[in-house]
Design a protein around this ligand. Structure first.
Ligand code: SAM
Length: 256
């Protein structure tokens, strides 16, 4: 695990790379984001109805998840510990309030908003410690006080139980890091904070390496596009998104 993961996003070069290289048009991540966006909008419409919920996006970065729900939510708040990431999000003119938060310590206090809410945590869990994950879910718990307050949506872009696992090799002389995160670890984290995992959704069955050979890219894209519509493949997909809700008894024991 990268020891100063949060610090990476305080460098302007890393911030620009995130939007311009990692999420460049037609990139692996760009295509995943496109699928996630339409799924996320459908989730919000089905769960709350258009424009009826507030989004709280933890570790919002340059605002990807906020952009995905633009116009579909009543209001949006983004929270991040890296000022340059927030500056880039602000420069996009997102219709959201952005909040600079500490990277550690007590869980940040969310903006006060009326329920229902959707709390999104995208592309954070994989590369941070269990303590940071717990802090993010505790933050969500402050917003989602009861089972009917809304939903928590978490992305894991390195599912351990997927084909990506086989790409793990000792990388001599490389400072690239390769983390994996299992659904079991996510479930344990949710459980510690009084949440239950409701569903899991896949957005790429294949790892990024499957797109390395140019002429195979189109085939890989077609496979991932199809796989993302087949729920039974979600648990073994490389990129997964979890939907969780506050546990009913956690709610009642707290209010008792
Ligand atoms: C890979 S980016 C993801 C950004 C955005 N959620 C997305 O999916 O595009 C990870 C983000 O997490 C933020 N971050 C890292 N550690 C954090 C922490 N301890 N608390 C809050 N944000 C953190 C970084 O500043 C960065 O913006």
């Amino acid at each position: 695990m990268k020891t100063d993961y949060s610090g990476v996003f305080r460098h302007n070069a890393a911030v620009a790379k995130y939007d311009e290289v990692v999420y460049a048009e037609d990139s692996y991540a760009f295509e995943i984001n496109r699928r996630q966006r339409s799924w996320l909008r459908a989730l919000v419409a089905a769960e709350f109805g258009a424009g009826r919920t507030t989004q709280h996006d933890f570790a919002c970065g340059t605002g990807r998840a906020i952009e995905s729900l633009a116009g579909a939510v009543r209001a949006a708040h983004g929270y991040d510990s890296a000022e340059p990431m927030l500056a880039r999000a602000a420069a996009k003119g997102l219709d959201a309030q952005l909040h600079l938060i500490e990277e550690a310590g007590a869980s940040p206090v969310p903006a006060t908003t009326a329920p229902p809410s959707i709390v999104t945590v995208f592309r954070l869990f994989l590369n941070v410690s269990p303590a940071v994950r717990d802090r993010a879910v505790a933050f969500a718990g402050a917003i989602l006080a009861t089972a009917d307050s809304g939903v928590l949506v978490i992305e894991n872009h390195g599912n351990r139980r997927s084909l990506r696992h086989f790409a793990r090799r000792p990388r001599r002389g490389s400072d690239a890091w390769f983390n994996e995160l299992s659904t079991h670890e996510v479930k344990q984290c949710l459980d510690r904070q009084g949440f239950v995992l409701e569903s899991i959704h896949g957005f790429a069955l294949l790892p990024k390496g499957a797109y390395r050979v140019r002429w195979l890219r189109r085939i890989a894209g077609a496979i991932d596009e199809t796989a993302s519509r087949l729920p039974f493949l979600a648990p073994v997909s490389t990129n997964v998104v979890y939907v969780a809700r506050r546990r009913a008894e956690a709610t009642s024991s707290r209010s008792a």
